[in-house]
Design a protein. Structure first.
Length: 453
């Protein structure tokens, strides 16, 4: 039987695992097993966040007009070092969805232009593409794949899809793909996809919502055309905060922020000018200035990034954190599969699990549930969704936790999300609770009250 304890490494003054949970803001009765969805940040970062908010309220004009731009530059520099990215390409947006929208709503699409995207894309991004194809001449191509895949064949299929369009006389203008897919949680060979785009003359847009703080990223080496990554998921920054990188060569393509704000430079008639009410603080490129002030929002989360990085350094640094989380994710998945009597979603080279997320199949069959659900008046096509929603609610109401489930390719899977404040024993506990919830589902507890049953 697999060992019930995962070795926790010493990291400066702290240990990874439950000993580190005191640093965070969790309710004492809540076990946070779903870090991947919304992230969280340490207690000391809350103090930094509130400090900036207090400073803004104490002297609003001084802070917003003069101090904030300088703090923001410090954050841009700090995050650029973690990503090994040229700082002149780095700005902040509230979240990865905003970054993706900023790219697609700025590009000019012509007849024959295609947008390539992949199965299991984040839902908001797929709807962004749907909006673009409704409002511009662009057309979308969705590349289908089944998990688990092998990287070599996956990359070849990606290239083949582009080449087939080119042979038909179409132009794949841009490809959107994840670094780590959200659901099911798997790592894509995003470095090779970016290289393929460069080779075939396609703009690359990487949705690395699960990126910084999660997998190793070297922007200088990767050289994407567009890249966005949430700092509030894995880097321990407050929500919402995402780093948005566009190399200098492409910055002219992104004329407007979302919403369009003071930094936008319109194509005006000669002699017509539009003034901005904000002062120029320091020497800034048009790109940086455009994203410096985008409407009046609470931008304090952006300013917390340097302290979030310092906290991570204090407990061991980026490599130690990523190594621990990857190791825990894999070990937890193997142990959970052992307890449930199922298997882990993985490929032969173990590349799709080279991240902080893993997926384990649940011992639950749709065929078991359909007869009782249909008898109770639930539409056959709705059974999986109703059962999944009930299980999600049960985790919160009855077990003081949350586990992300997905019905994929005919089976239910649980996505496990590893983080430094968790240990293997937490996932062993979760596996036992999963068994309880599954038995309750099989008994029909997921049937809504007032049904025909």
């Amino acid at each position: 039987m697999a060992s019930s304890t995962l070795a926790v490494r010493e990291s400066g003054p702290s240990k990874f695992g439950k000993e580190l949970r005191k640093d965070f803001l969790f309710d004492e009765n809540w076990l946070n097993l779903n870090h991947g969805s919304f992230g969280t940040y340490p207690r000391k970062i809350q103090t930094i966040l509130r400090g900036f908010q207090d400073e803004a309220e104490a002297r609003p004009d001084k802070f917003i007009r003069y101090d904030y731009p300088q703090y923001l530059d410090e954050s841009r520099l700090a995050v650029s070092k973690v990503l090994n990215a040229p700082v002149e390409g780095v700005v902040f947006v509230p979240n990865a969805t905003t970054g993706v929208n900023t790219v697609f709503r700025n590009l000019v699409f012509e007849k024959g232009d295609k947008i390539l995207y992949l199965d299991n894309i984040y839902g908001a991004c797929e709807k962004t593409i749907a909006y673009i194809t409704e409002t511009t001449p662009a057309e979308a191509i969705k590349m289908h794949y089944e998990l688990p895949f092998e990287d070599d064949s996956f990359v070849e299929d990606f290239k083949k899809t582009i080449k087939q369009e080119q042979e038909k006389g179409s132009k794949v203008k841009i490809a959107l793909f994840d670094a780590v897919v959200s659901m099911p949680g798997v790592r894509l060979p995003f470095e090779r996809l970016t290289e393929a785009c460069r080779e075939l003359g396609v703009l690359s847009c990487i949705d690395a919502a699960h990126g910084i703080g999660h997998v190793e990223i070297d922007i200088e080496k990767l050289d994407p055309d567009f890249f966005v990554s949430n700092c509030h998921k894995w880097l321990f920054a407050p929500r919402g905060c995402a780093v948005f990188y566009v190399p200098v060569r492409n910055q002219h393509l992104i004329r407007s922020t979302l919403p369009t704000s003071h930094g936008f430079i319109p194509q005006l008639k000669p002699g017509v000018k539009i003034r901005t009410p904000l002062p120029v603080v320091g020497v800034k490129s048009l790109w940086v200035s455009n994203f410096q002030f985008v409407g009046t929002i609470d931008s304090a989360p952006y300013l917390c990034v340097p302290e979030s990085i310092k906290y991570r350094e204090s407990i061991g640094g980026e490599k130690a954190i990523i190594d621990y989380c990857h190791n825990l994710a894999k070990t937890a998945a193997a142990r959970t599969a052992e307890i449930l009597g199922t298997e882990v979603m993985d490929n032969s080279t173990r590349t799709i699990t080279d991240c902080c997320l893993t997926n384990v199949r649940l011992p639950l069959s749709l065929a078991e549930l359909e007869p009782i659900a249909v008898k109770a008046g639930i539409e056959k096509d709705d059974v999986a969704g109703v059962a999944t929603a009930w299980m999600h609610t049960a985790f919160i109401e009855d077990y003081e936790t949350f586990l992300a489930l997905i019905f994929y390719n005919g089976n239910w899977w649980v996505r496990l999300s590893a983080q430094v404040y968790l240990g293997l024993e937490d996932f062993e506990w979760a596996a036992q609770k999963l068994k309880e919830v599954i038995e309750r589902v099989k008994k029909g507890e997921f049937i809504p009250s007032g049904s025909k049953l």
